[in-house]
Design a protein around this ligand. Structure first.
Ligand code: FAD
Length: 329
């Protein structure tokens, strides 16, 4: 029998919860895996699965970008960094590789908060800085091939006993189980009537050429990146706030290529093999909190990760699992 203390159900030490998750992007799958590992029964209800989620379009370079609050996102990013390294080194997940990248800045800036938490971060020497910039740093970080990683996450989720159902959820109240975990990405606009959530449109170009190391200018207004993966290098980008257009725009492709050539003059346009568009689920602050609905049901929200959903994925999944264990069991 369930008792309630401070508004939260107290289920006893060995309680197994029946948990419904909304969404099968990187957030929903990573969270589902963590909750299954904690021994709960988990079902994902989702409108779309890989390869049709925003997560499949992610470039994906580990880099805390367009996501706040910084005191939280720095911690979630660091946790994800080490989990990605562990998956690569201990579990042989070969779609994760470590690559070096140089970030160029127009003005000298303090090192970002997360820089102390990763093994390789150094300020660039002046002769390493690209023309037009005055400052920069180098990091070594995981690069994830999402077209392989997303099916891997789904397989891991199902092999741990997770159930996945394809359906659109109309309201948080309608789902079965003891608890709902909401990883709906941009779907929160409709599902939670969340006016803080908005798309930040991103277009990218794939080229079969390796730049040796990644080159970045991560200011949203200029946004240039070349992310070397094993299969292709991902060139970006755009960060068009409030833009819901998911069609490829020729003028954006041209603009991306021009920008990338400024950092990588050897870029060979004849090696382009594809273009893609995705809508980042952007929010002033990532929403990761527990809410009690009018019906008495509990929801843990985990959405609004902006341009860093992959970078934050395991840290956020761990935080959801820790809320479940501290508040619900
Ligand atoms: C071009 C581009 C490049 C990017 N590069 C990077 C990068 O290098 N590094 C990085 O960390 N991040 C990157 N991102 C950001 C990253 O892709 C997102 O932050 C991340 O994918 C968000 O994951 P999510 O699981 O929260 O959302 P999504 O992947 O959008 O998944 C949401 C899920 O919820 C489901 N859903 C929504 N509403 C409902 C509903 N009502 N009923 C049922 N299901 C519902 C959807 O069907 C989907 O399965 C990039 C994004 C873009 C567009």
């Amino acid at each position: 029998m369930r008792l309630f203390s401070d508004g939260y159900p107290v289920l006893g030490q060995d309680s197994v919860l029946d948990i419904s998750i909304i969404g099968a992007g990187v957030s929903g799958l990573s969270t589902g895996i963590r909750l299954l590992e904690a021994g709960h029964d988990v079902t994902i209800f989702t409108e779309s699965i890989s390869p049709d989620t925003v997560s499949d379009t992610a470039a994906a370079w580990w880099y805390p970008f367009l996501a706040e609050p910084l005191e939280k996102t720095n911690q979630w990013s660091a946790e994800t960094f080490y989990e990605l390294v562990r998956l690569m080194e201990e579990e042989g997940v070969s779609c994760i590789t470590m690559r070096k990248g140089k970030e160029f800045l127009e003005v000298e800036s303090p090192a970002p908060g997360w820089s102390k938490q990763i093994p390789h971060f150094r300020i660039l020497d002046s002769d390493e800085i690209a023309p037009g910039y005055t400052f920069g740093w180098e990091i070594e970080a995981p690069v994830i091939e999402m077209h392989i990683y997303m099916p891997w996450l789904m397989e891991r989720f199902e092999s741990l006993g997770g159930d996945l159902r394809i359906t659109k959820v109309g309201s948080l109240e309608e789902l079965p189980g003891d608890l709902v975990v909401n990883c709906c990405g941009l779907g929160g606009k409709e599902l939670c009537q969340d006016d803080d959530l908005e798309p930040v449109r991103g277009q990218i170009v794939y080229v079969e050429q390796d730049p040796g190391f990644g080159r970045f200018d991560q200011r949203p207004e200029s946004l240039i990146y070349t992310i070397p993966r094993r299969d292709v290098t991902v060139l970006g980008g755009t960060a068009q706030r409030g833009d819901w257009d998911e069609t490829i725009r020729e003028e954006d492709t041209e603009h991306i290529l021009d920008k990338c050539e400024s950092l990588w003059p050897e870029l060979d346009r004849s090696k382009i093999v594809g273009v893609a568009v995705g809508l980042r689920p952007s929010r002033k602050l990532v929403r990761l909190e527990i809410e009690k609905l009018a019906s008495g049901k509990f929801v843990i929200h985990n959405y609004g990760h902006g341009g860093a959903g992959v970078t934050l994925s395991w840290g956020c999944a761990d935080e959801v699992a820790s809320i479940v264990s501290s508040k619900m069991t």
